[in-house]
Design a protein around this ligand. Structure first.
Ligand SMILES: Nc1ncnc2c1ncn2[C@@H]1O[C@H](COP(=O)(O)OP(=O)(O)O)[C@@H](O)[C@H]1O
Ligand SMILES: [Mg+2]
Length: 333
């Protein structure tokens, strides 16, 4: 098959904020996907969607399938920008469609849907202006985050607040920097879990990954903050979380979590691949934080490949499974 890998390349640019390119992919990830696709016998072309005119590119080049990892530019729906172009040109692509990508990028809207489906998610409030009254039902500590980002952009230890004053200062700060509405939710103390789902004809829930931050105490970080993700594995900074895959949970809890992740995947209408981030509270409730239809695919560091390895898959099997799901959909349509 002729496959075009559509990506946004991570760059270094001192004039931009440190987390500006965090959502984008490194050379290492892009090369790993290209090599995996080639090993599986596909002809691969790769394009940085930030540079060419996409309409011109896809009109000029015949493409059987796009392997989509593009995170888009900066619109409200950035993760669905490239799929929207592909839908318009009737070109098939891997993973979730335009609608699900736009929905999942909007954490608050996704949480409204989860609540309606009786899927546990932390209680929350959205701040559009920054001076709204705080809902008195919300219990401190609260965590403040941009509503439409990923890679924990804007999320650091100072986002966990215990007073109204801290809360409103943080809301204003995030609103100014990220130029978008702010999501405030109850901070769930407990285990950090993430669940990967693959669909290629059959649905596979990968072994649950638990990320344990107790080994990062000296760093001052205690959850999956931006610093933790950006510098993951850096011993000097003390940012070496411990990965447990499968997670250290009993069978009943495991079943509960698998069920919650699959329900989330279905509710958001994800396709082919997703990763659902969960905090398991001390009273054993799996609270869904968000679902990622474009989970990171770095072969060494990203959560989803780690889960695939625990399931006995090689990196190229994972990439081929993602591609196969899209081919399956193409046949059905
Ligand atoms: N309500 C919460 N309770 C506890 N930890 C949270 C909560 N929200 C976010 N976090 C922490 O911040 C991390 C990033 O938040 P998340 O909502 O998944 O954003 P992103 O899309 O940037 O990954 C989570 O993996 C978790 O460690
Ligand atoms: Mg997350």
């Amino acid at each position: 098959m002729k496959v075009t890998l559509a990506y946004n390349l991570k760059r270094k640019d001192q004039t931009k904020p440190a987390d500006y390119f965090s959502e984008y992919d490194s050379d290492q990830t892009i090369n790993a996907i290209i090599t995996a696709l080639q090993r599986k016998g596909h002809a691969v072309e790769a394009i940085d969607v930030g540079t060419p005119n996409l309409f011109t590119y896809f009109r000029k080049n015949s493409v059987d399938m796009v392997f989509n990892i593009a995170e888009g530019k900066s619109s409200k729906f950035r993760e669905s920008e490239v799929p929207a172009v592909l839908d318009y040109l009737n070109i098939p692509y891997t993973g979730s469609d335009t609608f699900s990508l736009a929905l999942a990028l909007n954490k608050a809207l996704t949480k409204k849907l989860l609540k309606a489906e009786n899927i546990p998610t932390p209680n929350f409030q959205v701040f559009l202006k920054g001076n709204e009254e705080l809902n008195p039902d919300l219990k401190f500590p609260l965590i403040v985050k941009p509503n439409r980002e990923g890679s924990a952009k804007g999320i650091n230890t100072s986002c966990v607040v215990s007073t109204k004053e801290m809360l409103f200062n943080k809301i204003k700060e995030i609103m100014n920097i990220y130029n978008q509405e702010v999501l405030v939710e109850e901070f769930i103390a407990g285990r950090e879990l993430t669940v990967g789902i693959l669909e290629n004809g059959k649905t596979t829930i990968l072994p649950i990954l638990e990320i344990d931050f107790s080994t990062c105490k000296d760093s001052g970080e205690y959850f999956y903050s931006w610093r933790m993700k950006e510098y993951q594995g850096n011993k000097e900074l003390g940012l070496v979380p411990t990965f447990h895959c499968p997670a250290r949970i009993d069978k009943t809890t495991e079943e509960l979590i698998r069920d919650v992740a699959l329900k989330t995947h279905r509710a958001v209408g994800c396709f082919g691949i997703s990763r659902t981030d969960i905090r398991l509270s001390q009273d054993n409730i799996p609270y869904v934080l968000e679902i990622n239809p474009l989970p990171g695919l770095n072969p060494l560091e990203s959560n989803l490949p780690i889960m695939a390895y625990a399931a006995g898959m090689q990196y190229e099997d994972l990439i081929e499974a993602i591609l196969a799901s899209a081919s399956e959909r193409k046949r059905k349509n």
